[in-house]
Design a protein around this ligand. Structure first.
Ligand SMILES: [Zn+2]
Length: 421
């Protein structure tokens, strides 16, 4: 292997200036950002970033779901449509409604800084280097999340994706057309040679350990389910306790069970009831219906499946004891993803070589990288999030950590792309 030794000098000030400029679009006035997928703010962010891509002389392609891939040619490019597959990096520039300025944007803008640094150093890579941003990673407006990368990787047909209806009633394909970002590149897109994404951790692990770089081992599996419990509405004063069929009571027991389930299973198991609606939602009426969501996640598919099985079994018993009906609806289910061992090793050894502290850890959040992992060797680089806070205007990563992550990304991409000496 022809190893490349640290010739790519990134300039953190340029990266910080880009983060600042992008954060001005959809600025929520409290340090945060709102660029929900396929809104005018998303379009504004897209124009800015694609302008920078063109300024760098990259070949910019937009695909039919609005993903953008900007490519720096490699020495092995022939220009005849049979170029070597690129080494790809990237992430997303859409945000949640109360987003911060680093989630997603870091991975895209750091990719552009790597391109600048390669240009500065006059480095020609054998393979092309591509910087991508994927449509609707957050899924806040159009579910599921990681939609653009899912379509890119062939995990959902384009037609199905274009038909998705937003929480505000808009249709994805119509919105994509409206903001002018329906491209003509085909999906599924071509498989890269490898994909490596830099992202903020969005959790507390690196900061608590005092470590700068995370070599991400994979992404935990996600199970989202909605439970509707139906009982009988009745008078809160006159209905004896023994005659009640109270779905609110079953919902409360379910919430308690989800907490105990996660604690009992231990390890990386987490469980959350994030939504609860009672109907008719009145002070003096035993509820007729309760609707709640259960979010279960684990890095281990067998344990995650066991958690789902125990949850359903226990809720069935609770509901029947109360004389209620329970109905489940699945909202999302992604299996855990293990990243490529060679890419994980490369991230770890590169961080060590550059003198940064490094540890291996799984990702608690979903990322575009988990979709790309379906089609090519994939890995991720994490940098610390202050207090583990994300999806919040207070989201913050120290500039020196942003720089360290970008340095590691630059070396890893260069190594994977190969340098023409
Ligand atoms: Zn993200």
């Amino acid at each position: 292997l022809n190893r490349h030794h640290g010739g790519v000098k990134i300039q953190p000030d340029r990266l910080l200036a880009d983060i600042e400029a992008l954060a001005a679009i959809g600025d929520t006035g409290d340090g945060g950002n709102c660029r929900l997928a396929l809104t005018d703010e998303d379009a504004g962010g897209r124009e800015l970033v694609v302008g920078w891509m063109r300024d760098l002389g990259l070949d910019v392609r937009v695909d039919r779901i609005g993903n953008v891939v900007a490519t720096r040619a490699g020495a092995e490019s022939t220009g005849a449509g049979n170029d070597a597959a690129p080494v790809m990096t990237g992430s997303h520039i859409d945000t949640v409604g109360t987003g911060g300025r680093y989630d997603g944007t870091l991975g895209v803008l750091a990719g552009l800084e790597v391109v600048r640094a390669l240009d500065d150093a006059g480095i020609r890579t054998r393979r092309p280097v591509a910087v991508a941003f994927f449509t609707d990673e957050e899924g806040s407006r159009f579910a599921p999340d990681m939609l653009g990368s899912l379509v890119y990787a062939g995990g959902m047909p384009l037609e199905d994706a274009l038909d998705i209806v937003a929480i505000d009633g808009a249709v994805l394909g119509t919105e994509l057309e409206r903001i002018g970002w329906t491209g003509d590149a085909a999906v599924p897109g071509p498989a890269p040679h490898a994909y490596v994404e830099l992202h903020i951790e969005q959790g507390p692990v690196l900061e608590e350990a005092g470590v700068t770089i995370g070599a991400v081992t994979g992404v935990q599996g996600i199970s989202w389910q909605e439970l509707t419990l139906t009982g009988q509405a009745n008078h809160a004063g006159t209905t004896p306790m023994r005659l009640r069929r109270d779905p609110a009571y079953v919902a409360a027991q379910t919430i308690g069970f989800v907490r105990r389930l996660a604690t009992d299973l231990g390890g990386h198991q987490v469980g959350t009831v994030g939504r609860l609606d009672l109907h008719p939602d009145l002070v003096n009426v035993v509820a007729a219906r309760a609707t709640l969501t259960v979010d279960l996640r684990n890095t281990d598919e067998a344990v995650l499946a066991e958690a789902e099985r125990r949850l359903r079994g226990h809720v069935a018993a609770l509901a029947s004891a109360e004389g209620c009906e329970g109905a489940w609806r699945r909202l999302a289910r992604f299996q855990p993803v293990a990243f490529d061992p060679a890419v994980i090793d490369l991230v770890e050894s590169t961080a060590e070589r550059l003198g940064h502290s490094v540890m291996r850890l799984p990702s608690g959040a979903g990322h575009d990288a988990q979709m790309l992992a379906r089609v090519c060797p994939t890995g991720m680089v994490f940098v610390p999030s202050r207090a583990g806070v994300s999806h919040n205007p207070a989201e913050f990563t120290e500039p020196e950590h942003l720089a360290a992550g970008t340095e590691v990304l630059a070396e890893v991409l260069t190594e994977l792309a190969g340098v023409v000496e």
